[in-house]
Ligand binder design. Structure first.
Ligand code: NAD
Ligand SMILES: O=C(O)C(=O)C[C@@H](O)[C@H](O)[C@H](O)COP(=O)(O)O
Ligand code: ZN
Length: 366
């Protein structure tokens, strides 16, 4: 299965959903020449999946230099960016040396930002290995790192030349990472695809079992939403902000709890509950119970009720969507249609957070 991201200025790249064995042929197809290639990954992925990839690349004439970083959100930070710069520059790269990000969203965002900035821009190949990365982070060109003051505050838009997603890699994901990825799939359904919402409702058991026959279709439908939005608004001048549904609270939760305490998907799942409450206030016809039930199927371990609301409120203030100090929230008008609102009051924020905590308690006790 292949989708294409088509952007202004005749730029275009494929998002391929296929077995990893086909990757070398696709590298050639997008015009990358054999030679050196900087492959960035993390320890978990290296242990589980690196050797077949390295062998396939070498067999096709590539000389991969492999950089293995520690796994987890704290790696998406300046010291590891420096590690990539040091390794790349010591090894010797030129402007045609591709950076291949083999990993989840952390590796994709970090190596992607290194590719955006090394020699002012190297070709980037995204080979995503988590569900989040296959349906969301590898596509669309947002790259970057976190800062103590907030998520993704340092970064650049740098589109890949190829995204290559092999669904079979997802079978080794820990359950927590699988459900975390499902949060972004649910997000795509809510903001852009009622049919995907229905599929998730009806086939949840198969989804949770990672039914191999269902996976390519599930990924493809979620990818289609992301691509449709990115193609209309590459640099988030407007519409693309809807991909941030659930992220205003979500990013604040990640930062206040400490990066890595809640996964990105877990934080977004909680954030979507808050956004659901705010949406329902404005749009009483929204099927709030159905949406809440779907969101509650995404287990979030731990105790969000220990997070200090004032700290979350302060963290939200550095959200990149805020304009002139005013928070902007992505809300749902109906399933499949989202928009940005700037009229959310302080009282509503508190009530929305209470709704999150109640919904979370109901999930963990049921
Ligand atoms: N750029 C974007 O548009 C975008 C979109 C969504 C999320 N993100 C970012 O992505 C990050 C979250 O991504 P993530 O959830 O993929 O996190 P991650 O990259 O930390 O991966 C999660 C965990 O799964 C492990 N893992 C990865 N692939 C595996 C596999 N196939 N088998 C077994 N284990 C595997 C990793 O080692 C890690 O421990 C966050 O930083 C978030 O901000 C960015
Ligand atoms: O691609 C986008 O645009 C998104 O907002 C996708 C999000 O899922 C993702 O978490 C992204 O990294 C958030 O970006 P940010 O600009 O809010 O930092
Ligand atoms: Zn996200």
């Amino acid at each position: 299965m292949v989708h294409y991201v088509e952007l202004p200025g005749d730029r275009r790249y494929p998002v391929v959903i296929e077995s990893l064995a086909a990757l070398p042929a696709w590298l050639e197809r997008v015009g990358l020449r054999h030679g050196r290639l900087l492959l960035v990954t993390d320890e978990n992925i290296a242990r589980l999946h690196l050797e077949p990839l390295r062998a396939a690349l070498e067999a096709a004439g590539w000389t991969p230099r492999v950089l293995v970083l520690p796994p987890g959100e704290p790696t998406k930070a300046l010291p590891y960016l420096e590690r990539i710069y040091d390794e790349a520059l010591r090894w010797g790269i030129d402007r045609r040396t591709p950076v291949l990000a083999f990993g989840g969203g952390v590796i994709g965002d970090l190596a992607g930002f290194a590719a955006a900035t090394l020699l002012r821009g190297l070709p980037l190949v995204q080979v995503p290995t988590t569900l989040i990365a296959q349906v969301d982070s590898a596509i669309g060109g947002k790259t970057g790192i976190n800062h103590a003051r907030g998520k993704n505050l340092i970064g650049a838009f740098h589109q890949p030349v190829l995204v290559f997603a092999d669904p079979s890699l997802l079978q080794t994901l820990p359950v927590r990472e699988w459900t975390s990825g499902l949060a972004e799939v649910v997000k795509h359904a809510l903001i852009g695809d009622p049919a995907l919402f229905a599929l998730l409702e009806e086939r949840w058991a198969d989804v949770m079992q990672r039914d191999a026959a269902l996976l390519p279709e599930l990924i493809s439908q979620a990818v289609a939403v992301k691509i449709r939005v990115v193609m209309q608004d590459e640099r988030e001048a407007g519409l693309r902000a809807i991909l941030n549904f659930g992220h205003t609270f979500g990013h604040a939760i990640e930062r206040v709890a400490g990066y890595g305490h809640f996964t990105h998907g877990e934080a977004v799942a909680l954030g979507m509950l808050a956004a659901l409450w705010l949406s329902h206030r404005r749009h009483p016809d929204l099927p709030v119970d159905r949406i809440r039930t779907l969101l509650q199927r995404l287990p979030v371990p731990g105790s969000p009720d220990t997070l200090d609301f004032e700290a979350l409120r302060e963290a939200m203030q550095v959200d990149k969507k805020a304009l002139a100090g005013r928070l902007r929230f992505v809300l749902l008008r109906r399933v499949g249609e989202a928009y940005v609102a700037d009229d959310v009051t302080e009282a509503e924020l508190r009530d929305a957070w209470q709704f999150v905590l109640e919904s979370h308690r109901a999930t963990v006790t049921s």
